[in-house]
Design a protein around this ligand. Structure first.
Ligand code: XMP
Ligand code: MG
Length: 184
């Protein structure tokens, strides 16, 4: 589904499907170059990172395997609760592995700071982060993000895996919501 299929719900489109796909290919090439000859364990953060993971790993030529975590930091709305809980943990041991965390969006950086700290205690060889979107707020958090799809303004965005109250994840482009959607 494209934003133009339900025009009343969105304010404006930030990135089209084509722009997202093109940026994914660039980041994939960068990752392949950095990890040449190594096998990556990509750790996707559910549910938001599913689209990024699916497209990114298929654009890569590196050997990789995949695992998933689910954490909660946000409720149904658009404000951070400040609380991070592990709802679903990894299924594999990461001792000695090269971990690439795949995340949909970084806002305050709170979620990823917690995640990195948690995974580091399991003794991997390395941990890097790929975030499809990054908001300016993250400057308040000391977080080393190696791969970023797009730096975006401080607006609430949906699509390409990102949701509002669990909706709009299936939007192929990335858009801001019309004000009436928040209010209804
Ligand atoms: P922090 O603040 O911990 O938040 O970096 C990261 C998580 O917050 C959610 N988030 C968003 N979700 N549109 C969304 O659909 C947004 O604009 C947005 N900003 C933050 C998201 O779940 C992310 O993992
Ligand atoms: Mg998320």
């Amino acid at each position: 589904m494209r934003a133009s299929d339900i025009p009343g719900d969105f304010d404006h489109v930030l990135y089209t499907e084509e722009q997202v796909a093109s940026r994914i290919r660039e980041v994939a090439a960068q990752i392949d170059a950095d990890y040449a000859g190594r096998e990556i364990l990509m750790v996707g953060v559910l549910n938001g990172a599913v689209m990024t993971m699916a497209d990114l790993c298929r654009a890569m030529t590196s050997h990789m395997s995949m695992d998933w975590m689910a954490v909660s930091s946000y409720g149904a709305g658009t404000k951070s609760s400040g609380v991070v809980r592990i709802l679903k943990d990894l299924t594999k041991d990461i001792d000695g592995r090269d971990i690439l965390i795949v995340e949909d969006i970084i806002d305050t950086g709170l979620t990823l700071s917690y995640l990195v700290q948690n995974l580091r205690s399991r003794n991997p060889n390395s941990i890097e982060i790929m975030a499809m979107f990054r908001k300016p707020e993250v400057v308040t958090c000391p977080l080393d993000v190696k791969y970023v799809g797009f730096d975006i303004p401080n607006e609430f965005v949906v699509g390409y895996g990102l949701d509002y109250a669990d909706k709009y994840r299936n939007l192929t482009d990335v858009a801001t919501l019309a004000p009436h959607v928040y209010k209804s």
